[in-house]
Design a protein. Structure first.
Length: 333
C-alpha cells in the first residue's frame, strides 16, 4: 500500500531516526502542509517514515508511532532528514549503519534530498555531499570537517542549495530551508503566504556567523545595518564597496571584514542575493519588460539578469515569469 494518498501532489518523505529532534520534524509538516494555490488546493503531501516502522524516540518527553518504513522513500519527490541526538554520540563516525544506508539507496534518482542541522552527517555518510558545498550547525562543523574532508563545509550560512541536494544549519534554519524550497518550487507569493501563516520571516538576512559565540563581543559601532538599509533603497544603482563603506564611515577593508562577521557572506554576495530577490518579485508581481526589471533590480542589462537567474535558479527571466506570474499568459502572448 502506498504511503502517499495524493500521488498528483509533490511527495515529501521525512526520514526520522531514533532521537529525532521533534521541532525539526514538525517544521517540515507545518510549512509544507500550508503551501497551497489561491483556490486552497494543497501543493505537497508529507509523510513520516523510518528505517523500521514503529516507535521512534524523540528528544522530547514523547515518542512517535511511525506508520511507514523505508518503502516511502522510493515514492518520494523530496526526502528530508532531520537531526537526531545519535549524531552527537561518542560512537558517531563517518560510516552509516547498514539499514540506514540501505534505506537511503531506495530514494529515486530524480528526487532531491535535504537535511536539517546534523542530518547533514547522514547525507555526507551516504556520499551525497562529496565535492559539494554544505552546511550544518556551527557547533558541529569542525567534527564534520574531520569526518568528511571531501565536503566543502560552510558553517556561516543558514542553508546551502546544491540543486538536488540541500543542507540547513540549526533547527530554525530548517524553516529558512523549507521556505526556500517552497519559493523555488512555486514562487515568492506562495512562500510568503506560508511564512505569514506560520508568523515567521519569509527570508532572513545573514547567516550563522551572527550566532557563534566569540571570546570578546564585537563593538557596537561595528554594525553594517545602515549600509544594508541604504543599499536596499538604491539597488538600481551601480553600488560599490566604497559606497557601502562610506555609509558607516569605514574603510573598505574594515567594512568588508565586519560585514562578513555579521552576515556570514561578503557584501557583494549579499548585494547579488538582494538583487535576485527584487528581480524575482518584479517578474512575479509586475508586467514590467525584462530589460526594465534588469535595470530596477540593479543588474543593468538583460544579459546580466539572465546570467544570474540561470546560475541561481536554472531559469531565464522569461521562463521564471511564465512559471510564477499569476496572470501571465502561458502561451507567451
Amino acid at each position: 500500500m502506498s504511503a502517499f494518498l495524493h500521488p498528483d501532489r509533490h511527495r515529501i518523505a521525512v526520514l526520522v531516526r531514533q532521537g529525532v529532534l521533534a521541532m525539526e520534524l514538525s517544521i517540515v509538516h507545518q510549512l509544507f502542509s500550508q503551501a497551497a494555490v489561491p483556490g486552497g488546493e494543497r501543493l505537497y503531501e508529507v509523510v513520516t517514515c523510518a528505517v523500521t516502522a514503529g516507535g521512534v524516540r524523540t528528544t522530547a518527553d514523547f515518542a512517535l508511532s511511525v506508520a511507514h518504513g523505508p518503502e516511502a522513500l522510493a515514492e518520494a519527490d523530496t526526502v528530508i532528514v532531520p537531526a537526531s541526538d545519535e549524531d552527537y554520540g561518542p560512537g558517531a563516525d563517518a560510516r552509516l549503519p547498514a539499514p540506514l544506508a540501505a534505506a537511503l539507496a531506495r530514494i529515486p534518482a530524480h528526487a532531491r534530498i535535504a537535511s536539517i542541522c546534523t542530518g547533514a552527517f547522514v547525507l555526507a555518510g551516504a556520499g551525497l555531499l562529496d565535492g559539494r558545498k554544505a552546511t550544518t550547525h556551527w557547533n558541529s562543523a569542525a567534527r564534520f570537517r574531520r569526518l568528511y574532508p571531501t565536503v566543502d563545509m560552510d558553517p556561516n550560512v543558514f542553508y546551502v542549495d546544491e540543486g538536488t541536494v540541500l543542507t540547513a544549519a540549526g533547527e530554525a534554519s530548517g524553516i529558512d530551508l523549507c521556505l526556500h524550497m517552497i519559493r523555488k518550487d512555486h514562487g515568492i507569493a506562495v512562500a510568503n503566504d506560508v511564512a505569514r501563516s506560520a508568523v515567521v520571516p519569509a527570508h532572513r538576512e545573514g547567516g550563522q556567523a551572527q550566532f557563534i559565540r566569540r571570546t570578546a563581543p564585537e563593538p557596537q559601532r561595528s554594525t553594517t545595518g545602515r549600509a544594508r538599509a541604504w543599499a536596499l533603497d538604491h539597488l538600481d544603482r551601480a553600488l560599490t564597496l566604497r559606497d557601502l563603506a562610506a555609509r558607516e564611515t569605514m574603510s573598505v577593508r574594515t567594512f568588508t571584514r565586519r560585514f562578513r562577521s555579521e552576515m556570514g557572506i561578503s557584501p557583494l554576495e549579499w548585494l547579488t542575493q538582494q538583487r535576485i530577490e527584487r528581480a524575482r518579485r518584479l517578474l512575479e508581481e509586475t508586467d514590467l519588460p525584462v530589460d526594465r526589471v534588469a535595470e530596477d533590480s540593479g543588474f543593468g542589462t538583460t544579459a546580466s539578469l539572465r546570467q544570474h537567474l540561470r546560475a541561481q535558479l536554472g531559469m531565464s527571466p522569461s521562463a521564471y515569469r511564465n512559471t510564477f506570474h499569476p496572470s501571465y499568459d502561458r502561451a507567451g502572448r
